[in-house]
Design a protein around this ligand. Structure first.
Ligand SMILES: NC(=O)c1ccc[n+]([C@@H]2O[C@H](COP(=O)([O-])OP(=O)(O)OC[C@H]3O[C@@H](n4cnc5c(N)ncnc54)[C@H](O)[C@@H]3O)[C@@H](O)[C@H]2O)c1
Length: 343
């Protein structure tokens, strides 16, 4: 059974997509990374819209729990595979390439896998899309901007990235994918779209080990009374976008004619310091946890804020969920899930 919180999120996304989503009912769609946090929401939305979905995931950070409820569905197929070895002669109408390690601690521990998913993996997905004459969407990241000098950052900014730093496997991997996609557009006339996602959060985010992200880690620490760990002084900022807003932006980019060939920032322009977030989570969970400070990792961007004018103009999209409201839903979900095993 799909959780009530997630089910409500999926409903709201489907309503916001509106009539243009109806086209998917007769479509076959390949989703890589579909067992992950964002990918599983995409699979749920596509399933709700009546599409046939093939989900490819190696379960390196994703979980079968996220898609369990879809496995019996005749319009849903799960293939456990690594995108850097995955090829297919099946025909698809759309390809969403979302598979990649996505959390700093995770990609720093598997830098080669990260680069392969975003190079050979992207090449494989582009070939599937080209042979199928399918539209392809790629989930890139705000990290392509590195430690941005222009804030809020527009899509026209070229980035300030350390090409040999610890994060380079991810940010340069994503930059290579973007360049490869542009090459396919120019050489083969492929219909491709790129979203640059800025810190999304919500239910199904992992909180454990190297997979924990700042929001899920803080919630988990606060709910279990462990210290809330802030890196550096906590004055660095991020902009947190609730998952239903992120997925709506992804789906509108996939479906809107105006997004063809475009790169679009999807994020929430409200900037929050990490210390503010820690205090907010502590207050909202009524936690007694102490806030403790740890060493700031190498090349950690100081500020991250999207300029979302392009998404507003092309897609009519903007985030609707306030940070506090998204946190309330996420905390509720974590409370319900606490004690449930992860596999
Ligand atoms: N969540 C965010 O805030 C955010 C921000 C920027 C970009 N993104 C991008 O969005 C996409 C989804 O991220 P997410 O937050 O859902 O992360 P996630 O880790 O929950 O999901 C990624 C999924 O990809 C799978 N995967 C990883 N490498 C693979 C491979 N080689 N072959 C097959 N499957 C593989 C994992 O098992 C997982 O299910 C990623 O491409 C990520 O870079 C996410």
């Amino acid at each position: 059974m799909l959780d009530k919180i997630i089910s409500e999120d999926v409903d709201s996304i489907v309503v916001r997509i509106g009539k243009i989503g109806e086209v998917l009912e007769t479509c076959k769609i390949l989703v890589t990374g579909g067992a992950g946090f964002l990918g599983s929401y995409v699979c749920d939305v596509l399933n709700r819209l009546g599409a046939s979905v093939v989900c490819v995931d190696d379960l390196s950070s994703g979980k079968l729990d996220n898609i369990d409820h879809l496995l019996e569905n005749e319009k849903f197929v799960f293939i456990r595979a690594d995108v850097s070895n995955f090829e297919s002669d099946e025909k698809f109408n759309y390809v969403l390439h979302m598979a990649s390690p996505a959390v700093p601690e995770e990609y720093k521990s598997r830098p080669v896998d990260t680069m392969k998913a975003n190079s050979v993996g992207t090449l494989n997905m582009l070939e599937i899309a080209r042979k199928s004459d399918a539209k392809i969407l790629f989930t890139s990241t705000s990290e392509v901007y590195g430690d941005a000098k222009i804030l809020p950052t527009p899509e026209t900014y070229w980035g300030n990235v350390n090409p040999i730093g610890l994060r380079s496997c991810y940010d340069e991997g994503k930059r290579f994918s973007e360049a490869l996609i542009m090459a396919y557009i120019r050489q083969y006339g492929l219909d491709a779209r790129i979203v640059r996602i800025f810190n999304s959060f919500g239910p199904r985010m992992r909180a454990d080990g190297v997979y924990g992200r700042v929001v899920s880690r803080f919630i988990d620490q606060a709910l279990s009374g462990r210290p809330i760990t802030v890196y550096g002084t906590g004055r660095q900022t991020r902009s947190f976008c609730y998952v239903s807003d992120t997925i709506t932006g992804i789906m509108l980019t996939l479906l809107s004619d105006r997004a063809k060939g475009e790169v679009i920032n999807i994020g929430n322009p409200r900037e929050t310091t990490i210390l503010q977030l820690a205090k907010l989570v502590k207050r909202m969970t009524n936690s007694n946890s102490k806030i403790v400070f740890k060493k700031l990792p190498q090349d950690d961007p100081r500020r991250r804020v999207p300029n979302i004018r392009k998404a507003r103009r092309l897609l009519g999209w903007r985030p609707l969920i306030k940070l506090e409201d998204g946190l309330k839903r996420t905390i509720e979900w974590f409370k319900l899930r606490k004690g449930v095993s992860t596999r």
